[in-house]
Write a protein that binds this ligand. Sequence first.
Ligand code: CUA
Length: 319
Amino acid sequence: MGAWPLDPRGPVAAQIAFVYWILFACAVVVLAIVTGALVYSGVKFRERPGHVAKQFHGHNMLEFTWTIVPTLMVISFTVLSWQKLDYINAVDRDAGMTVKAIGQQWSWTFAYPQQDTFRLPDGSYLMAGEELNIPAGMKVKVELSAKDVIHSFWVPNLGGKKDAVPGHTTALWIQADRPGTYRGQCFEFCGDGHADMLITVVAHDQNEYAKWAKTAVDDAARLRDPKTQAGREAFLTGACAGCHTVKGTTAAAKVGPELTHVASKKDIAGVLSPVNQENLTKWVRNAPSIKPGIVMPKFEGVLTDQQINDIVQWLLTLK
Ligand code: CUA
């Protein structure tokens, strides 16, 4: 099953599902009793030839029952919910790690803790979009904030939902019992792209989490390397970012192919091989002359030779 709260894969979702099923079972029983009584009375006491509809009023025992039973049920649900909410809202109790999730139209950015594991060579700490990576079996506190409008963080298999509000910090906690990928969705209408504001939580085996962190830190460091800054900026602020995605950067368009690992590919668009400086330069200068009819325009004359060279140098680091 996909993203679905009744398929709990962590303690918070399990508690919510537990309350849900109790409420659901009680609701089914009440529905059956009320409908049953209605049908039974309608048939048994109805008016028919030679038979006057029975009129009665104020049956004390019945009135007492249908007042006291629902009252007890509502009180029980309240106590049960309070008890579960106490557990769900205890975000700090035994939390193994705190991650910040920042919502912005229409994606989430995750800032990892200021610990050596997440430290980049320039002294900053790992921040990444797309996926939230956590160790399985660990309680992770997620601090929520928003840069523009209200968003809402919800990964149904792992936990409840909470709003991310501009100028205010809220928090919830999630825990994945096993390694895996869990999908979520922004749950507060936040504009045109709301439906696409997805959340992916990847839970790693605890022993492999450090390995993931190392790779993520290396990738992030590469995307900030001062040596390739010129090309990166030309790419991200120019036409390239209007069509392509490079994960970890602001380039997230889906018109052209994703270039996150372009330097590790066998060929360029299936027509130029290998992926090296010479071929990438040819391609960026004039793709339509190599693959006629392609959407990618010619950049020769649009960008300077220096800019094209800078961009190619940067693309070559995207392994
Ligand atoms: Cu963000 Cu809906």
